[in-house]
Design a protein around this ligand. Structure first.
Ligand SMILES: C[S@@+](CC[C@H](N)C(=O)[O-])C[C@H]1O[C@@H](n2cnc3c(N)ncnc32)[C@H](O)[C@@H]1O
Length: 287
């Protein structure tokens, strides 16, 4: 029996390639949510989204009880602050914010600055809008198609125009989002980000750079990128760094970290390093 083949068939028939969409996950989620809520209450973490929602942002591994969600959010927020030089009085846009993993970590820092989060996952945005710790932040759902994350979406990423004025943000960031997007969609997001950035603005994004990576996990080679699954392209997409640079250059942004990909800095927790395994890249508008 070929277990990998069986697993592939099961995934294809029952989900769109994400664990949290699998019927088995959905069947056990209510019980796990209830137990998780009790543990979080004892830890003073009742404000976190429930287990099944947190799993939409980072997968279910290590999510139970909420500590990992908080630690990883803080670590990522710290890295965003370090790499972009984000000041507490600046305006920030996070694209693909999911249930607010990083927003929660920025909530106390970003005063009097403003935070806007968007995502194509309406349920995740609803969780942010009802989170008492995120009351001063703004969230918008994007009606954009993704076979994995939003199969009912009406707009295509390659045509999408964000509902925000020109030059309205100092920092835009996306973590683990371009890793689920195809080149034409990234190119349009890059044009939009360039439009929305103020002079002196910064874009921080994480990517699955092909360089230094075991490409066996991304076996489907396409023109200029690689996929984990041909059936569900948005499940995971990897690019050579030069291709990401080309897409950003086409929108008028250049890499500002000296040419090398900075490794995603995890907190002192080996699980986080192996979970994320992404590369953070900083871009600035061309003068
Ligand atoms: C792996 S999760 C990461 C969530 C969050 N950025 C974090 O680091 O906790 C990927 C997120 O990207 C969102 N996403 C996928 N494609 C997108 C697109 N084209 N535009 C905006 N968000 C997208 C998904 O809905 C999902 O919430």
């Amino acid at each position: 029996m070929n277990v990998e083949r069986l697993r592939g068939v099961a995934l294809k028939r029952t989900s769109r390639g994400a664990v949290w969409q699998h019927p088995l996950f959905k069947a056990v989620a209510p019980a796990v949510d209830a137990a998780d809520a009790a543990v979080r209450a004892a830890r003073g973490l009742s404000h976190l989204p429930k287990f099944s929602m947190r799993s939409r942002a980072m997968g279910p591994t290590h999510q139970f009880g909420g500590l990992h969600f908080v630690a990883s959010g803080r670590a990522t927020a710290a890295q965003i602050r370090d790499m972009t030089g984000l000041r507490p009085d600046e305006d920030v846009l996070e694209i693909g914010c999911s249930v607010g993993r990083i927003a929660l970590a920025l909530a106390e820092y970003l005063q009097p600055g403003r935070y806007t989060g968007t995502d194509i996952d309406r349920r995740a945005i609803a969780a942010c809008l009802t989170n008492p710790k995120l009351e001063s932040f703004r969230f918008e759902a994007q009606d954009v198609f993704s076979l994995v994350y939003n199969p009912g979406g009406r707009a295509q990423g390659r045509d999408y125009v964000f509902p925000f004025p020109d030059a309205s943000f100092d920092v835009v960031f996306l973590t683990s989002v371009f890793t689920h997007m195809l080149p034409d969609d990234i190119a349009q997001y890059a044009r939009e980000i360039r439009r929305m950035l103020r002079p002196g603005g910064r874009l921080l994004c994480s990517v699955l750079a092909e360089e230094g990576r075991d490409l066996a996990a991304l076996p489907v080679a396409r023109d200029g990128y690689r996929l984990r699954s041909a059936e569900f392209p948005e499940n995971a997409v990897a690019y050579p760094l030069a291709e990401i640079d080309r897409l950003m250059a086409g929108a008028g942004m250049d890499r500002s970290d000296g040419g090398g990909a900075a490794a995603w800095a995890p907190p002192a927790d080996d699980h986080l390093r192996s979970l994320m395994e992404q590369d953070l890249l900083l871009y600035v508008p061309r003068r």
